[in-house]
Design a protein around this ligand. Structure first.
Ligand code: SF4
Length: 134
């Protein structure tokens, strides 16, 4: 249908299919848990760089939980405490100034510094504005 945008469901049909298969194996009693790595989203499956990890964030040993625990992890709109389920890993850079162009700021770092100028001593950064409260 034209004009309709849908959010990613992490391929809910694949998730349900894996749950049903697991339930069929386990029988009618008890909770079931789909082992880590059994469910792959379509985007994850076709990404040659393996840039997407999907799994059970309640399992601390799952691949996605281990990646979420890295200090490179970030989310968007974190200051709103919306707790999005998708997290990202910050890019890894080689800051060696001996590399060609290593002493030059990148377009990305220039843009970041324009939007977030370094704080001068005695000048507090304004608090984020937003609606809501306690
Ligand atoms: S993982 Fe990819 S294919 Fe699956 S619902 Fe999300 S955007 Fe669609």
């Amino acid at each position: 249908m034209r004009g309709v945008m849908e959010k990613c469901t992490y391929c809910v049909q694949r998730i349900e299919q894996a749950k049903i298969a697991r339930k069929a194996q386990a029988g009618p009693s008890g909770d079931i848990e789909v082992p880590d790595g059994v469910i792959k989203t379509a985007c994850q499956q076709v990404c040659p760089a393996e840039a997407i990890t999907f799994g059970n964030i309640k399992d601390p040993q799952s691949a996605v939980s281990r990646q979420k625990a890295l200090d490179r992890t970030y989310t968007v709109l974190e200051f709103l405490a919306v707790k999005p389920r998708t997290t990202y890993l910050a890019r890894v850079r080689n800051p060696n100034p001996a590399l060609p162009g290593g002493d030059q700021p990148t377009a990305l770092s220039r843009e970041y510094l324009e939007k977030n100028p370094p704080l001068r001593e005695g000048h507090a950064q304004p608090a984020p504005t937003g609606k809501g409260g306690h």
